[in-house]
Design a protein around this ligand. Structure first.
Ligand code: FAD
Length: 559
């Protein structure tokens, strides 16, 4: 088979086709012809423009598997559209997507291009600048989302400093509005959320089926070679890539999750294992965020399976809440706060200083004044903490780990120790295959580190060793004892937890959800407090002293 560039060139338009078709720009995260402008007319009247930009790929040391997933899906999508009869301009560029588009439009020339509103703020900025410079572009709503900005504003109103957003309010409104899992205006099962039922650790039953693996075809192999050569210093392993890269494979991955994983989603949603890293999570976020699997389709399938008795209500509701609730909520929150920049600006305004902003520089809220550098353990240097080392090794290998390992191991430790939320966000951004600004900044700066001071979550998600020991088998294989909180050999999570509360009492002491732990803290003896501080200091010093790997990419963004 000919290399990709030759194959896609066969679908290049003639001058007549350039003028006679509707041209649609497909950004790097919207590979679908099932909704949006591509679905609005026959393929014979459609042309698509795709830009494969090295500038964007070099912006951060993205995981090699993320680059393979994204570029291979991009190339396959171009070939799929060509096979349908669309004309395709597939443009390789060293510039940003928007600059490349502007250049193409001028040179070809290309008539006005249509595109769905970009999901990523970074792309919005680029496209806006190109429009100012003369790019002729018609922006249409992104129909892959389940809700509109208006839906969000109807619940919360416009952003105001000090406002707290509660996902549950938005989720209930969405359920009411869409009628999903509703019967005559009431939630099926008598309640909107079955969240309280997902607290089971996993003890080996029910058996976890092996998800399908998708062997790389020639197009993907070419991309793997390209990424290996062009981005050798990027994060993570490129070996054993086996993720879906075609629409057919993405559909198969979803069908598998629907039939085999989702029926057990709810009870084990919060469980963690070192021998079963995926458990019953779908592991589809990378494909959903690329537009390969559509949220509306997923919800319709889950609802039907629930009605037919193939998925219990608690699991169906739990999964739908992630898609209809959390995913949509995070995207709106990011847009409304301009990626937390409004929040950072509020702080700057209060302090009387408005710094000149680099448009790509991430917001740096840090309500808990956390500023220590992220240690080398996040790049794979062994820390001796089995939970941390296991999850980091998984991320290096796969560019993915499930929600609770992100929240209660990686972020929990960082928050407890006082590592910089911005550095942690940047790490998640390049290390995970599913990370895009709207979802990674909200989840890290907002949900998991409390850097936004409670805008996204009513309290910091932090815990000591007891939670990790209860919900996982990590502690069974760790040198540290989760039952001891002080002294040599004790698990540092517990000492870190108490000293975190102590250190942040001025900010968190009156938080109504933290009254119980604060009461316990205040009852601790001065001697115990001294011992806890010593253990916590020791753990932080140990992590900070781990030597950084030589290959670790130190770009401005990773600092
Ligand atoms: P499942 O557990 O099977 O859930 C189904 C789907 O629900 C996910 O695929 C995802 O699309 C959606 N979802 C669930 N929770 C969230 C959430 N909090 N925010 C948005 N969507 C959600 N998700 C990303 O897509 N990209 C990220 O960069 C990202 N970074 C995160 C960082 C931290 C610190 C935390 C705590 C969470 C982050 N999440 C992120 C949310 C969540 O962890 C992942 O979406 C999920 O783990 C993906 O695995 P899955 O497909 O198996 O999800």
């Amino acid at each position: 088979m000919a290399p990709f560039a030759e194959q896609v060139q066969l679908a290049y338009p003639t001058p007549e086709e350039l003028q006679g078709r509707r041209w649609i720009f497909v950004p790097y995260d919207r590979f679908t012809d099932r909704t949006g402008p591509i679905a609005e007319q026959p393929a014979s009247e459609t042309g698509i423009v795709i830009v494969e930009s090295t500038a964007k790929a070099h912006r951060r040391p993205y995981h090699k598997k993320k680059l393979v997933l994204l570029i291979s899906n991009m190339r396959h999508f171009a070939l799929e559209q060509a096979a349908r009869g669309c004309k395709v301009i597939y443009h390789f560029s060293e510039h940003s997507h928007a600059q490349a588009l502007l250049q193409l439009q001028r040179e070809l020339p290309l008539p006005k291009i249509t595109m769905m509103e970009p999901a990523e703020r970074e792309l919005r900025i680029d496209i806006d600048a190109a429009i100012q410079a003369g790019l002729k572009m018609k922006m249409v709503p992104d129909t892959t989302w389940l809700s509109t900005t208006e839906d969000f504003l109807n619940v919360f109103g416009a952003y105001k400093a000090g406002r707290a957003y509660v996902m549950d309010r938005f989720y209930r409104a969405q359920r009411q509005q869409t009628g999903i899992l509703m019967d005559k205006g009431k939630p099926i099962g008598g309640k909107f959320s079955f969240d309280a039922e997902n607290r089971k650790p996993y003890k080996g039953q029910p058996r976890i089926p092996t998800p399908p693996a998708f062997a790389p075809d020639l197009v993907t192999k070419e991309v793997i070679a390209l990424v290996r050569e062009t981005y050798p210093h990027h994060f993570g392993s490129i070996e054993n890539f086996d993720s879906p890269t075609t629409q057919q494979d993405a559909d198969a991955a979803w069908a598998f999750a629907l039939e085999h994983l989702l029926p057990h989603f709810d009870p084990y949603e919060d469980a963690m294992r070192d021998d079963e890293l995926q458990l019953f999570h779908s592991r589809l976020s990378g494909l959903i965020n690329l537009g390969r699997i559509l949220p509306a389709q997923m919800i319709a399938d889950v609802e039907r399976a629930c009605t037919e008795g193939r998925i219990p209500l608690a699991s169906a509701e739990g999964f739908i809440r992630q898609i209809l609730g959390w995913r949509e909520f995070m995207r709106h929150l990011h847009q409304q706060t301009d990626g937390y920049r409004l929040l950072a600006d509020t702080v700057a305004q209060e302090e009387g200083s408005m710094p000149q902003q680099d448009p790509y520089a991430g917001a740096t809220p840090s309500a808990l004044s956390a500023s220590l550098p992220l240690p080398a353990a996040y790049w794979g240097v062994k820390s001796g903490l089995h939970c941390l080392d296991t999850v980091v090794a998984q991320v290096i290998e796969e560019g993915w780990s499930h929600h609770i390992t992100r929240l209660m191991v990686l972020s929990n430790l960082a928050t407890l120790c006082g590592f910089s939320p911005r550095q942690l966000t940047n790490w998640f951004w390049f290390a995970y295959v599913d990370a895009y600004d709207w979802v990674v900044e909200t989840n890290v700066l907002g949900m998991s580190t409390y850097a936004d001071g409670g805008l996204t979550a009513t309290k910091p998600y932090v815990s000591g060793a007891a939670y990790i020991n209860k919900m996982s088998n990590f502690c069974d294989h760790c040198q540290y004892d989760p039952k001891r909180s002080t002294g040599e050999g004790s698990c540092p999570f517990t000492a870190l937890y108490w000293t975190f509360l102590e250190r942040n009492e001025a900010v968190l002491g009156n938080n109504f959800r933290l009254q119980m732990p604060y009461t316990t803290l205040r009852r601790k003896s001065p001697i115990e407090l001294v011992q806890l501080r010593a253990r916590a200091d020791d753990a932080i010093t140990h992590l900070q002293r781990l030597p950084h790997l030589k290959y670790e990419p130190l770009t401005p963004q990773s600092n």
